[in-house]
Design a protein around this ligand. Structure first.
Ligand code: ZN
Length: 311
């Protein structure tokens, strides 16, 4: 449990994860910030659909049954508390150190961005609209920004944690009157099929988060004038009972140039993992005799919807 850590204290000296790995150090490790006992988690291999193997890096994590000090920077609860403080009440403290996250405000913000995008496009084709005054709806951009930043901070925090479990005990996701479980909301690299199944045929009205490895950034074409980020497909070795191999394929269209620039710059630095939140559409495509592609499509209108990092 807890946030993954790149450093540890070992007999009063700070060591990096590389030093621990190279010297086989797996015990007597403590948090550099609060001295809580921590343990070493070795690297593991992940095979992707193109048969490329990538190594998921090793890290330090809190040893079982221990907790970080309240003020430690690796304390998840502390991080949530800080995010909530600047969140314009979208992340709200309730009882017993728990928080409510009002997802409908994120959904509304994303819809607003989508509308602005559509308006911008029609502006470009209908020159008459250029001088049209902006409607009132577009005025509360301050709130919109703090909602999107709060969601972005949650996205970053979650990408630093191993699994949904810990955040789900701290943050309750609320969508209108409904409560949404974290496993329905946040999909890591191995969960893309689950994401497809959840959205497919269920009329899902809330955004979801998807993590994965960037395969390629597609340049605009004459037919389609936006960039999109294609994620590496997972390796699926077995067919389902009906004889079809189901392969999830995630692609996210990026409608704004500053976000494209940000993603490209990060990829250039060697960061190839992406996490984003977005409304999702899904579609199944049959390919050949026995393959079904489970297409999952997202859309990015704002840089705060994206986090690019490395494992
Ligand atoms: Zn600590």
């Amino acid at each position: 449990m807890g946030i993954k850590m790149p450093k540890a204290n070992y007999f009063n000296e700070e060591i990096t994860i590389e030093e621990a790995r190279n010297n086989g150090i797996t015990t007597n490790l403590f948090c550099v910030c609060c001295n809580a006992p921590i343990s070493y988690v070795g690297p593991f291999k992940r095979i992707y659909g193109d048969n490329k193997v990538s190594i998921v890096r090793d890290y330090f994590k809190l040893a079982n049954t221990y907790t970080h000090d309240e003020n430690c920077k690796y304390n998840t609860e502390g991080r949530v508390k800080i995010i909530a403080r600047d969140s314009d009440e979208i992340l709200k403290s309730i009882d017993n150190g728990k928080y409510n996250f009002r997802m409908n405000l994120i959904a509304t913000s994303l819809k607003k961005l989508r509308r602005e995008q559509v308006d911008n496009e029609s502006k470009n084709t209908l020159s008459d609209d250029v001088n049209k005054p902006k409607s009132k709806e577009y005025e509360s951009n301050g709130k919109l920004n703090s909602y999107l930043s709060t969601m972005n901070k949650i996205l970053i925090l979650r990408s630093e944690i191993e699994e949904n479990k810990e955040l789900s005990t701290l943050v309750q996701l609320e969508f209108g009157a409904e409560s949404i479980s974290w496993n329905r909301f946040y999909y890591s690299t191995d969960d893309h099929i689950k994401c497809f199944k959840y959205v497919n045929g269920n009329n899902i009205k809330h955004p979801v988060c998807i993590e994965g490895k960037i395969k390629v950034i597609k340049e605009p074409t004459e037919k389609f004038k936006y960039h999109s980020v294609v994620l590496t497909r997972p390796y699926i070795d077995k067919e389902d009972e009906d004889g079809f191999k189901r392969i999830p394929a995630v692609e996210v269209v990026v409608y704004n140039q500053s976000t494209v620039d940000y993603i490209k710059a990060e990829v250039e630095k060697g960061n190839d993992q992406i996490a984003f939140y977005s409304f999702i559409t899904v579609k199944e495509n049959i390919y050949g005799e026995n393959i079904k592609y489970l297409n999952i499509k997202g859309s990015i209108f704002h840089k705060k919807q994206v986090h690019v990092y490395s494992l």
